[in-house]
Design a protein around this ligand. Structure first.
Ligand SMILES: [Mn+2]
Length: 455
């Protein structure tokens, strides 16, 4: 007998949210809705890649995925709350023999009810008329009033026409409502994210063990993505970044045909997407398995800053505070290496601003989207925007980096061209934090020891 209460269902060894978990999420959303209200959410569009019938792999709208797990395009979710009565309706594609010959089995109306838990399911072709009926007596509609890249434009105009006909305005965007809920992960979500990070960590370990001078960036990308696919048919959650040496100075350098040379570092920023949940890990290591003196010195500065920021992750801390801790550690380390930084002492104006060699933020929320939803700043009691305190269940990345230009004469010559980023996925717990991506090594000694064992 399947356990009806268990929030995780295992599918061939892969954890996925169970029907009970999706129901709990919808109940949580219902409980935040006022009476006489409705939520309308649309599937992502299918996007043509080239020609007239060759599409990109379909990825569901994250809010719809979060509330239903429903995998198909041409889908709409409607939730209504009237006089305390809650209703969850799905509009989906009918099963269709001709289309299924090409594209495989569709879920269909019956399974939308029996498997996905809808109270009612209708054909998506009836969206206009049935939505009008469902919205009778509704005063507040939560719907993205303006089209977003993540909702199907044809369905969007249909819903807009219905709202216009009923003289209903999308008063508040559903995005903010669901975003707030998505920001704090349930135990089931954290368990799935732990698996996602474990697969990504194994991929990074394999890349370190496979790396040899003379390989190309794309060879390491193949190693990384092989491990993703082989461990649960998961693809990358964003384009895999593999950057040889100074290629890493470009933050999102896609793996290309550049050679990984003796004496260079390689920066890999890669994560997978397991049943929708992203991991996002960066490691930087020497192509030949041994850091040079200069590489090691900069690496230790970045690592110390990353570890200081991670150590400070706990309920009540803010991203802004973590950022300050990290920046202070970077400045401290760089000064000891002889960098003349802007902002203090003699020659303060001519010094190098930290923002020029650490041009991105410390991190971001992580979840169904790799740059997940939820605001970093919230209004205070007095209405002023303040940094948001962390609470248990939030998941964030901590990813300082240093990118030392090849040509900037304010940088000591022996450090020029070095690009290093170190990134881990961290969940806020009652006690403090837990690092989801800890399975892949990151100290200089551990990396060198691991790589010394390459065959
Ligand atoms: Mn990241």
């Amino acid at each position: 007998m399947p356990d009806k209460k268990n929030p995780i269902a295992w599918v061939n060894g892969i954890p996925t949210p169970s029907p009970a978990e999706f129901e709990r999420r919808r109940e949580q959303l219902f409980s935040t809705l006022p009476d006489k209200s409705a939520v309308v959410l649309l599937a992502a569009p299918e996007l043509l890649r080239n020609g007239y019938d060759n599409t990109f792999a379909f990825r569901q709208n994250s809010d719809l995925l979060y509330l239903t797990g429903f995998p198909e395009p041409n889908t709409a979710l409607v939730m209504t709350k009237k006089k305390g009565k809650r209703k969850f309706v799905l509009f989906v594609s009918r099963q269709d023999r001709h289309s299924e010959i090409w594209h495989g089995k569709r879920v269909g109306l019956e399974n939308a009810v029996s498997v996905y838990g809808a109270d009612r399911a209708f054909s998506i072709t009836t969206l206009g008329g049935n939505l009008r009926r469902l919205l009778a007596g509704v005063e507040h509609v939560y719907f993205s009033g303006s089209p977003t890249p993540m909702s199907d434009p044809a369905l969007q105009s249909k819903v807009e026409a219905v709202l216009k006909g009923l003289k209903l305005e999308a008063r508040a965007s559903v995005d903010s409502l669901v975003s707030e809920q998505r920001l704090v992960k349930s135990p089931a979500e954290i368990e799935i994210m732990r698996h996602s990070a474990a697969i990504a960590a194994a991929a990074h370990t394999s890349a370190m063990l496979s790396c040899k001078p003379g390989m190309r960036e794309s060879d390491l990308k193949a190693v990384i993505e092989f491990v993703f696919t082989a461990n649960g048919n998961t693809g990358p959650s964003y384009d895999t970044i593999v950057a040889a040496g100074a290629n890493g100075l470009s933050l999102h350098h896609p793996a290309g045909l550049s050679t990984l040379d003796e004496g260079q570092l390689v920066l890999i920023d890669a994560g997978c997407e397991l049943t929708g949940y992203a991991s996002d890990i960066t490691r930087t290591f020497p192509v030949n398995g041994r850091f040079s003196q200069a590489q090691r010195e900069i690496y230790e500065v970045v690592l110390a800053a990353q570890e200081a920021a991670i150590a400070a992750v706990k309920p009540g801390a803010t991203m802004g505070q973590l950022d300050e801790i990290c920046s202070a550690a970077l400045k401290d380390g760089l000064r000891k290496l002889g960098f003349k930084l802007a902002g203090e002492g003699k020659g303060a104006k001519r010094g190098l601003p930290l923002g020029e060699i650490f041009p991105h933020g410390l991190g971001h929320w992580l979840g169904l989207d790799v740059h997940d939803v939820g605001r970093d700043r919230i209004p205070s009691a007095r209405g002023k925007a303040v940094d948001r305190p962390l609470i248990p269940g939030m998941v964030l990345t901590v990813e300082p980096g240093l990118y030392l230009s090849l040509t900037d004469e304010r940088i000591p010559a022996h450090y020029r061209g070095i690009a290093i980023r170190i990134e881990d996925d961290v969940v806020v717990t009652d006690e403090g934090h837990f690092v989801l991506s800890a399975d892949v090594v990151k100290s200089v000694e551990a990396i060198e020891t691991l790589m010394a064992g390459r065959s």
